[in-house]
Every structure is written in C-alpha cells, then in structure tokens.
Design a protein around this ligand. Sequence first.
Ligand code: GUN
Length: 300
Amino acid sequence: MTARLIDGKSFAEGLRIRIGTHVERLKRDHGITPGLAVVIIGHDPASQVYVTNKARQTLEVGMHSEKYELAETVPEAEVLALIEKLNADPKIHGILVQMPVPKHIDANRIIATIAPHKDVDCFTPESVGRLTIGLPGPVSCTPLGCLMLLRDTLGSLSGKHAIVIGRSNLVGKPMAQLLLRDDCTVTMAHSRTTNLPELVGMADIVVAAVGRPSMIRGEWIKPGATVIDVGINRVPAPDKGEGKTRLVGDVEFAGAVERAGAITPVPGGVGPMTIACLLANTVTTASLIHGLVPPSDLTP
Ligand code: GUN
C-alpha cells in the first residue's frame, strides 16, 4: 500500500479563503475588523521569518496587522507595558509574542500578562483550561491544524485509537485534549515510553511531535493508519552536495508511506496549517469579544 499524501499547503490555502470570507462578513455586518498584534524580541533569523509571514498573511485575509520589533536588550518591564497597552486596545483581538524570548525575560510572566480573551496562541492557563473543558476560545494553533487535517482525511474520529508522541505544552498536551474531545482513545507517549513500537502498532492515528528526525520507524505503523508528522528537523543531505541539508519529519517517511493509509509530508504537511490556524483563532477571539458566536468551521 502507498499512502495518500495529506496536502496541508492546499488545505491551508482553502482555509485562508474561508477566513477571508468570515473577515468580510464581520466587517460588513458588524463593523468589526479583526486585528492581530505580533511582538518579536531580538533578531533570531528563523523567528523573523515566522513573524514576517504571520503579519503578511494577516493582511492578505483582510485583517488589521500590527508588528512590534523590540531590541534583544529591551527591559522586561517595557515588554509587559506593551502587552498591557495591546490588552486595552479595541483594534487588537489577538496578541502573539514570538517564542523563544531572550534569557533576561521571563516567558511565563509575559504569557501571564496577555489577556486570555486575546491569547491566540492558547498559551495562558485560562485558555488551556477552557480548551480542556471544551469552552469556546482560541485553540493551540498546530494541534488545531492537525485536527482539521485528520477530520478532512477520516471524517469522524470517534472510537479511533490515537497515539500522540511528545508531551509539550505547545503541541502534545493540547493535541491529546482535542483528540479526546473527538472521542478518540488516546495514548500519550514520550521520551521515557519503553514500548513505543508496540503502542504505535496499535494506533489508527499517529501524531508525531517529538522533534527527533525519523525517530518513528515506518515498520511500526499499523497498515492503513493515518500519520500526522509535526516534526520539522534539518538534517545533513550529503547526496545533494557537500554541506547541503534537507527537512525531515519525526517519522521515517520512506517506510511509513508504504504502510500508512494517509500521511503528511515534511515540508508541506502540518507546517502551513499553523499560521492559518492563528488567523482562524483571531477571527474566533474577535467574534467572542463582540458577543458573537465564532464561525463553526474555524474552531473545534
Ligand atoms: N515559536 C515557535 N512556535 C510558536 C508559536 O506557535 N507561537 C509563538 N508565540 N511562538 C512560537
């Protein structure tokens, strides 16, 4: 069997078009332009690329965008004051502080200062609690993207056995919560799990988010399973020439594609979904702030 490739790039394009339609409706019917503020501290090149892409795509779907670039040495108090200002700004419905932040800044204090109703990353304890008990609000962006791809591939997830490999606050834990809400039986695995091949072999759905290149071997995958690979790892590619590299996921793709029913490629699978889901969350928070029901196709 050769797996069907799950095309996250094309799904994200379609999602952005739907987001654009919802933004138009919010403007036309309610006079609301959803606004997203992104804050970056320092000059990490990868973070710069992410933040530039976030700001550009925000404008492309018709939303209001603000970008704050702060110096590497900015005092923490200045960052907190900016967040307080954005919390109180009626033009802003979503606030994102790009992680990681420089060492002299306490990321937890930054997160705790973001108003939960503008927390489009779903980082604050209040947002995480709401996600866990199923109340409306923003949903962690990458897990939301994975859930959308899974539902699109499989329809109902009810009764399926899912394994989530990786227990990060950013991906693994919220992913498990979303799969539970969709009536999956969920196994959480991580770096200390001893019988990973056996557990992966029992799963109808595999979500790999460990950050270790090709760690999940193709031969472990249950025939016909759906594989969502969140990993983006840069590895040497001597076959492409000296010093060249390529991106690979956490799943050994060549082996897995022969056994799975459907699989996300790296790149072009989960990656493009994350920013699209950030925009979806901004429509959700803008709707909730104004007492409107968020569009049902943008939130679980
Ligand atoms: N750094 C890497 N991924 C993310 C993300 O999803 N949100 C924020 N704020 N920072 C990140």
